[in-house]
Design a protein around this ligand. Structure first.
Ligand SMILES: [Zn+2]
Length: 426
């Protein structure tokens, strides 16, 4: 879902970047270390600082406060909590989870320094060891260079309700910074490795996240969907930027900021950006405007993209291979979440590249969705390709396919389910 676009470095990645010396670094030493890394990064990345980059030291307190402030700036009051409720409505995270609290904790746990594009100041974490500092500095310096060359401030302007497009943008900036960090660490170790294109996609990326989670308590107890969403820009982003660089060098990577990838699909399948561009189909839910179920209120609207459609199926219980296969061929989607007291429901519409892709997704969804609801009983099917269930408390859920479109309505009163399906697939 929507991530606050803090230009932080993920410590999970730093952990992979190289051996760590222990002990704090004195301020003066840290600043001269930063100057040295800057010279290396400018050469490596092929971008020169246009203005002097200011470095300052920040203690843990200040870093936490920055994360909190950045979150407050990105979200209207109450909006962050509603995003959490929407994720619960869909079953991406467990009911009752303190979503804003956990996200804040996750981000604070992962911050090892940050670049503030507003003030153009680079804050170094005062408490990190020298071995950990160099990769963090390389990563954050890349953000400073991106900012001076491509204007990160405008770039990170939030598009409300376009979480998947924002995820793709984050994957460019974070993937770029993470790749520079990795290449710098590799060359600092005296290794001559040139990863033409990192094979960090799919299950490999997943393993990496799982393996790293052990070191970070908040990450370890976060639901899988949150963990994957948080790490996506770094891991899949790095693989994507690496694939782009393998084609046309850093010039091609610079070009990403002028012609942005538009979806997580393009990040996960670089050929859909590079070779046969597959821009997402816009899905509108305006038809649902007049159909808010009686007594319910609309609390959130957003898009999932291929990345979170995959996580949705996985969260319901699909194995990774099935979820991955079913989410491939994504071409656009949109959902709305509803609330009535303690009850949550939602309606979503997907467009797929082909009818076969739609059949695959509908089948996987129909397989896994009822597992969310103990005691759900299947309803008799009618003529359309459809599956429907009556939930134990009288609410209903249904998955319907028409051609290359799939509509899903879940956890709402039976009459509302029928009305919404009628509007989604007229
Ligand atoms: Zn970053």
């Amino acid at each position: 879902m929507r991530r606050a676009h803090l230009w932080i470095v993920s410590l999970v990645l730093v952990g992979l970047a190289g051996p760590q010396a222990s002990g704090q670094v004195p301020a003066q030493e840290l600043l001269s270390l930063a100057r040295g890394v800057q010279a290396r990064v400018e050469t490596l990345r092929g971008l020169k600082a246009r203005r002097a980059i200011r470095f300052e030291l920040a203690d843990a307190e200040r870093v936490r406060a920055y994360v909190k402030r950045a979150m407050d700036e990105q979200y209207a009051p109450g909006e962050f909590a509603r995003e959490g409720l929407a994720m619960q409505a869909l079953g991406l995270i467990p009911r009752g989870l303190d979503y804003p609290g956990l996200i804040l904790e996750l981000l604070q746990e992962q911050v090892g320094g940050y670049y503030d594009p507003k003030g153009e100041v680079f804050y170094l974490a005062a408490w990190m060891s020298a071995g950990t500092q160099a990769p963090i500095i390389a990563h954050e310096l890349t953000h400073a260079l991106q900012d001076q060359s491509f204007d990160l401030d405008a770039y990170q302007e939030r598009l409300r309700g376009r979480s998947d497009a924002m995820l793709a943008r984050a994957a460019v900036a974070e993937g770029d910074a993470s790749l520079v960090m990795l290449l710098d660490s590799v060359s600092a170790l005296g290794l001559d490795i040139e990863p033409a294109a990192l094979g960090l996609d799919g299950p490999m990326a997943d393993l990496l996240v799982q393996a790293s989670a052990g070191q970070y308590p908040a990450l370890a107890r976060a639901p899988r969907a949150l963990r994957e969403a948080l790490m996506f820009p770094y891991i899949q982003g790095m693989a994507f930027v690496s694939a782009v660089r393998a084609r046309g060098g850093w010039k091609a990577v610079d070009g990403l900021y002028r012609r942005l990838p538009e979806s997580s699909e393009q990040i996960m399948h670089p050929e859909r950006y590079l070779d046969s561009p597959d821009p997402p189909t816009a899905v509108s839910l305006r038809a649902l405007e007049e159909l808010v179920p009686e007594g319910w209120e609309t609390i959130f609207e957003d898009e999932l993209g291929e990345a979170m459609s995959l996580q949705l199926l996985a969260a319901w219980g699909a194995d990774d291979g099935t979820a991955r296969q079913a989410a491939a061929g994504w071409d656009g989607d949109r959902f709305r979440a509803y609330q009535r007291g303690a009850e949550l429901g939602w309606a979503g519409l997907w467009v797929w590249d082909t009818e076969t892709d739609a059949v695959e997704f509908a089948a996987a969804a129909a397989q896994e969705l009822p597992l969310r609801w103990p005691g759900a009983t299947p309803e008799p099917v009618d003529a359309r390709p459809r599956m429907a269930w009556r939930l134990a408390d009288g609410r209903a859920s249904a998955v319907v396919r028409a051609g290359s479109r799939v509509a899903l309505v879940d956890g709402l009163p039976p009459a509302a389910v029928e009305k919404l399906l009628g509007a989604l697939l007229p």
